[in-house]
Design a protein around this ligand. Structure first.
Ligand SMILES: Nc1ncnc2c1ncn2[C@@H]1O[C@H](COP(=O)(O)OP(=O)(O)OP(=O)(O)O)[C@@H](O)[C@H]1O
Ligand SMILES: [Mg+2]
Length: 183
């Protein structure tokens, strides 16, 4: 008789400022994990706002609702053996804490990665032009500039992407998953 080990799922939440590198790291990590044969889902904030969170805005309450919905989906996936990678800003500490608690309640692994790129570097990258629009007065409520970002106090990993290539950052997350026995 042969037995097959049940795949171990986990949520890997990448929090950080706009243009910090969350999506870039999530995609590279996802590609690597898939190539290694793992079941992976990347729940990107922008895509989710188009369906699961359609209609939500960027008030504190709506940002929290968005994070709780994504946290619920991710926990369900992770509990069922999927590696769920979540590149979502999640600016409020209490919102992230609620997601962590949801995972703890079902003994589902939860890894918090702070993509800790300084705001100056993010505003130079400005992948979506948000920092320029904020500076020009065309946008208010940009996280880290004129809207709060509460950095994680005790994240599982901190990525200083201003000193790394995207590949190096993704590999650092991969190494942590190995270290935690999740791969
Ligand atoms: N070590 C690194 N890790 C990730 N991205 C990096 C790194 N070094 C440079 N970059 C660049 O920084 C940019 C990050 O953009 P990305 O869309 O991933 O940010 P984001 O955090 O998802 O932003 P948003 O919250 O607006 O979606 C990309 O152009 C990427 O190539
Ligand atoms: Mg992104």
């Amino acid at each position: 008789m042969t037995t097959t080990a049940r795949a171990q799922g986990a949520t890997v939440w990448l929090t950080g400022l706009p243009s910090a590198g969350k999506t870039t790291v999530a995609r590279l990590l996802g590609e690597r994990l898939r190539a290694e044969g793992h079941r992976v889902e990347v729940l990107d904030g922008d895509e989710i706002r188009r369906f699961l969170s359609a209609g939500l805005g960027f008030s504190r309450a709506d940002r929290n609702t968005n994070v709780q919905r994504i946290g619920l989906v991710s926990e369900v996936l992770a509990r069922n053996g999927v590696l769920s990678v979540v590149p979502v800003i999640a600016p409020y500490a209490d919102s992230r804490e609620a997601v962590r608690k949801r995972h703890e309640a079902s003994a589902t692994p939860y890894i918090e990665v702070h993509v800790a790129t300084p705001v100056q570097v993010c505003s130079e990258r400005d992948v979506k032009g948000l920092y320029a629009r904020q500076a020009a007065g065309q946008l208010v409520g940009l996280t880290g500039v004129d809207d709060p970002y509460e950095p994680p106090v005790d994240p599982d990993l901190v990525l200083a992407t201003q000193h790394q290539t995207p590949r190096e950052s993704a590999d650092a997350v991969h190494a942590l998953l190995v270290e935690r026995g999740l791969l």
